[in-house]
Design a protein around this ligand. Structure first.
Ligand code: ZN
Length: 230
């Protein structure tokens, strides 16, 4: 049987497709990393007028006295700076675990329990959330309005978001767990909270956004450095 060039090209194409499909099924190409399990706690793109990360989780620069004594000297959440009254959204499906305490982040806070022993805490809310413990929520549901730690909205209004585990006794870095384009999340705004303290005796440790230690509440201070920048 005589094959025309077009037929040969078609056969070659089919063979190649079969080879690629087999390679993919057998795992010959590296599997794509699973998407982070949680969504952003606020809607929209980052920007100076909408929201931006004002302080990362972890070993961020503090002003003088480190204010995170209970959290081993680390900022144990991510701060989403946003005007007071911005809708705060559940980052995943879950159950309301606590409303206004006893887990801090005044003046008002909400905790949602998710699968696998993970909790999300939303702090510095504007008013007591209209939620009841045990109530089901879904990812993206509005659960509260953002506020300010001092209860006023002209200083540093922001949502403080934590991800906890171990029955609320530990926090982890939310960054790898949230499906957010972190590259642009500071909206180009540089503050103390967007930079990390450097231990001059171990200068590469805990200075990257995603590489920060877990926190055990009540544990020893991790960053009481002898020589540090700044
Ligand atoms: Zn915070």
């Amino acid at each position: 049987m005589i094959q025309r060039p077009r037929d040969r090209a078609l056969i070659l194409c089919i063979v190649l497709c079969l080879l690629i499909a087999t390679a993919l099924r057998s795992g010959a190409t590296p599997a794509r990393a699973a998407a982070p399990p949680f969504r952003a706690p606020v809607d929209g793109k980052p920007g100076p007028e909408s929201w931006f990360v004002g302080q990362w989780y972890g070993n961020t620069v503090w002003s003088h006295d480190n204010p995170y004594a209970t959290g081993q000297g680390l900022h144990f959440g991510v701060d989403f700076n946003t005007p007071c009254g911005t809708p705060v959204l559940a980052i995943g499906d879950g159950t309301v675990f606590a409303v206004d305490g006893p887990y801090g982040s005044a003046p008002h806070a909400v905790v949602i329990a998710h699968a696998d022993g993970i909790f999300s805490l939303y702090g510095h809310l504007q008013e007591r959330a209209k939620l009841t413990p045990g109530q089901l929520v879904h990812a993206g549901d509005q659960i509260a309005l953002s506020g300010d730690p001092a209860g006023r909205c002209d200083l540093d209004p922001h949502l403080h978001l934590e991800i906890r585990r171990a029955e609320m006794r530990e926090t982890v870095n939310p960054v790898p767990l949230l499906n957010i384009d972190w590259q642009h999340a500071t909206a180009g705004i540089r503050r103390n909270g967007t930079t990390f303290v450097r231990d001059l005796d171990n200068p590469d440790r805990w200075v990257a956004i995603a590489a920060q230690p877990d926190v055990v509440f009540g544990g020893v201070r991790l960053n009481d450095y002898t020589r540090s920048w700044p």
